[in-house]
Design a protein around this ligand. Structure first.
Ligand SMILES: Nc1nc2c(ncn2[C@@H]2O[C@H](COP(=O)(O)OP(=O)(O)OP(=O)(O)O)[C@@H](O)[C@H]2O)c(=O)[nH]1
Ligand SMILES: [Zn+2]
Length: 315
């Protein structure tokens, strides 16, 4: 039988079969995924093959195969520094919620998020939330930002989750897909989920208070079916995406508007910093590339290590 992993607790996996029934599965043997050292071999969102084993009166379901993942997101394991934990697999898209204030979402955060998503090959939709509270100037600022990101190719929607404004547009994008919501604490993730499906309680709430680093906090992701034929993956305490290790020279490739121009730079290993005849800097001069984007790029290139490791998982 085949199905999708909806929940994992470490030793048990809840799998929904293609026929629509749920099975509590174990795994048999060791699964090694090429290239990743992970503490959990099977993750929420994985498509798996499983068999029913009858031993005496008891039937157990055993996962025997994991289908190839189209993408996955990881974070560093909290206890074992070299190992990683796969948070979720096979995401169709991530919605990044953005607010101008309460809390403020900086473009540097948006850009780092987008770079990580590009590296993971996960499409991002930008949701500018709380449109109902903005004054004229703030509305104009959102309009500017939305246009900036649309020009690069990202889908942007202005919503007010609390009022239900444009929530239908979000719904339409979610049908038959697996999605995740991300963004700073307080941007309205729970409010949006509630607007999409009243009554569904997720664990997205922030782990409150103090500094939890170093502590062993296990947060398991879980998948939910929504009534209109969509799936969402809830990952407690998530603000971003976890870690991606990337080399400096790769970073520019994850800015799509830089990537499109880079063949026109004089040097094929141009870092777009102070090299002569750089197409990216030329585009910047004529406002074809936004200064905020370039600034984010420079920050990632020249910043401290943590910057270009893009560790924006919150814990
Ligand atoms: N005015 C207005 N307030 C909103 C909107 N969406 C959310 N809020 C409010 O913003 C606050 C935070 O919303 P939550 O949905 O709890 O935010 P969250 O992103 O889930 O936060 P965490 O659970 O901490 O990650 C709440 O007081 C909401 O009522 C909106 O569209 N307009
Ligand atoms: Zn260049």
């Amino acid at each position: 039988m085949q199905g999708i992993v909806y929940k994992s607790t470490g030793s048990w996996y809840t799998v929904k079969s293609d026929e629509g029934s749920f099975y509590e599965c174990r795994i048999k043997g060791k699964f090694r995924i090429k290239g990743i050292k992970s503490t959990n071999p099977v993750a929420v969102g994985d498509r798996v093959v499983f068999d029913l084993d009858k031993i005496g009166d008891e039937t157990t379901a055993v996962i025997s195969e994991i289908k190839e993942r189209k993408n996955y997101i990881i974070r560093k394991s909290v206890n074992l520094s070299k190992q990683t934990h796969i948070i979720a697999a096979n995401l169709d898209q991530v919605f990044l919620l953005i607010t101008l204030n309460n809390p403020q979402t900086f473009t540097s955060f948006i850009d780092r998020f987008l770079v990580t998503a590009e590296a993971y090959e996960i499409p991002v939709v930008l949701l500018f939330n709380k449109m109902d509270v903005y004054d004229k100037d703030e509305k104009a600022e959102v309009g500017y930002l939305a246009q900036l990101y649309r020009n690069i190719g990202y889908h942007c929607i202005e919503i007010a989750a609390k009022e239900g404004d444009n929530v239908e547009l979000v719904k339409d994008l979610m049908v038959n897909k697996t999605s995740m919501f991300a963004g700073h604490s307080g941007v309205g993730k729970s409010t949006l989920v509630n607007a999409l499906q009243p009554g569904l309680k997720l664990k997205t709430a922030e782990i409150s208070g103090q500094h939890l680093q170093g502590q062993h906090t296990t947060t398991f992701a879980e998948m939910y079916d929504l009534s209109f034929g969509a799936r969402i993956i809830d990952t407690p305490g998530i603000k971003g995406f976890g870690i991606v290790d990337m080399e400096q020279y790769e970073i520019g490739d994850y800015f799509p508007e830089f990537f499109a121009l880079k063949s026109r730079c004089k040097f094929n290993n141009c870092r777009h910093l102070d090299e002569p005849k750089c197409a990216i800097k030329a585009a910047l001069e004529v406002d074809e590339i936004a200064w905020s984007r370039y600034k984010s790029y420079v920050q990632m290139i020249t910043g401290e290590e943590e910057n270009y490791r893009t560790d924006i998982y919150k814990e």
